[in-house]
Design a binder for this molecule. Structure first.
Ligand code: FAD
Ligand code: EPU
Length: 335
């Protein structure tokens, strides 16, 4: 059923009050088709948990919220399990279900907000793991033809916070389900410094997937603001991947700074560190600002407008560019 003039405040983790001209949720392909039949010439926005979106104005079109459920083990032996999951399932619920069943591979991605269907959109990642590491394929509804197409890993063209659905195929497909390959003989990845430290703190020498998940949950709860308390969409910017020459320039000013090897001989810098060095960390402007513990996270404390937060992000981008010669790119989808 399509509703008119619906507030999207409960549907985005920034908690921005904007209105959708029309809104519908769907929990099957049939319901999706019915909603799309009503689209007419209107613009369309597919919404999962709204945890990677900044609304800067009312949406003068049709918003459809994915609520397709399902968790199906389609193949299992003693080593591995293939699980097909409905796009409208909550990502963290899926992670917990895997841990419950002893399926390894997604424990490092515990507590990332949002839906399963959005996980391939930006190849979600945290603490040394990305979904491309466990991804098998996905089914997606092609809006123009009404056909359902399957995409394997290669066709998704995953990169750091990237996929084909954010680039070449933007706005062309609605993801219906994702199949992951989980492993029972899985090698724990606790190489990320903070995970190691958390496990050491608890005296855990031989961690199981549940221990890693609990460590990740503890670290994230300490470092990142909970959207139920402070509006935010996680990292607002991507970590920039730069040429060696930029690193050499930074070395003339700073003795030490976080940097990590990236593909093609490039280097990944920490956007949070650059923003902090530029003096933005913890700055507040009325009811919005830069989080006090994590400079990569922009926050809405109360009833800010999305365009104010967007303008703040532009100021930060310009300032970091002028101070360090580094171009930041937004991670959050701006609508
Ligand atoms: P939405 O915000 O609803 O949508 C995101 C984009 O995907 C939009 O363009 C939307 O149109 C599109 N989309 C959504 N569902 C579908 C679908 N079924 N078919 C087609 N298009 C679709 N991300 C990380 O990678 N790592 C992190 O560690 C991380 N930490 C976070 C911490 C916090 C506190 C918050 C608030 C966010 C964090 N994020 C992180 C960002 C966010 O959780 C992920 O990007 C998540 O995958 C978004 O899911 P969603 O369902 O909320 O997507
Ligand atoms: N740092 C600062 N100041 C800050 C924030 C970070 O100096 O205010 C430094 C830290 O000290 C550290 C480095 O930057 O040396 C990296 O920090 P952290 O490990 O916290 O990770 P991040 O780069 O801030 C990235 C992802 C997160 C993901 C974590 C853990 C991006 C854009 N962000 O954050 O993803 O959870 O690593 O893997 O890649 C998201 O995408 O929304 C997100 C939260």
């Amino acid at each position: 059923m399509i509703s008119q003039n619906v507030s999207l405040k409960p549907h985005n983790t920034f908690g921005i009050e904007v209105f959708a001209n029309r809104y519908a949720s769907f929990s099957s392909v049939e319901e999706l088709k019915n909603a799309l039949n009503e689209k007419g010439e209107d613009e369309l926005l597919v919404l999962g948990g709204g945890s990677n979106i900044l609304f800067t104005k009312d949406f003068n079109g049709l918003v459809i919220k994915n609520e397709i459920k399902g968790f199906e083990v389609i193949y299992e032996n003693e080593d591995e399990a293939y699980v097909k999951v409905g796009a409208g399932e909550v990502w963290h619920t899926f992670v917990l279900e895997c841990i419950e069943r002893g399926f390894g591979g997604v424990e490092n991605l515990s507590l990332i907000p949002g839906s399963v269907g959005a996980s391939p959109m930006q190849n979600i990642g945290a603490y040394g793991t990305e979904i491309k590491d466990v991804f098998v394929d996905l089914e997606a509804y092609h809006i123009e033809s009404g056909e359902i197409h399957t995409f394997d890993k290669k066709q998704c063209e995953f990169g750091y916070r990237e996929s084909v659905f954010k680039r070449k195929l933007k706005n062309q497909y609605i993801i219906l389900s994702v199949t992951y390959r989980l492993s029972m003989s899985h090698r724990i990845n606790s190489s990320y410094g903070a995970i190691k430290a958390e496990l050491d703190k608890k005296g855990i020498r031989y961690p199981k997937i549940r221990d890693v998940s609990n460590a990740v949950i503890a670290i994230r709860s300490m470092r990142l603001p909970d959207p139920a308390e402070i509006g935010n969409a996680g990292s607002f910017f991507k970590n920039p991947v730069v040429e060696q020459s930029i690193v050499d320039q930074l070395k003339t000013k700073f003795e030490k700074f976080p940097n990590y090897p990236a593909p093609d001989g490039k280097i990944k810098l920490a956007a949070g560190w650059l923003i902090e060095q530029a003096g933005w960390k913890g700055k507040t402007f009325g009811s919005y600002g830069v989080h006090k513990n994590q400079a990569l996270v922009l926050v809405n404390y109360d009833d800010s407008s999305g365009s104010d937060i967007f303008d703040l992000s532009t100021q930060i981008i310009e300032d970091v560019k002028s101070k360090f010669g580094v171009q930041l790119e937004r991670e959050v989808n701006i609508i």
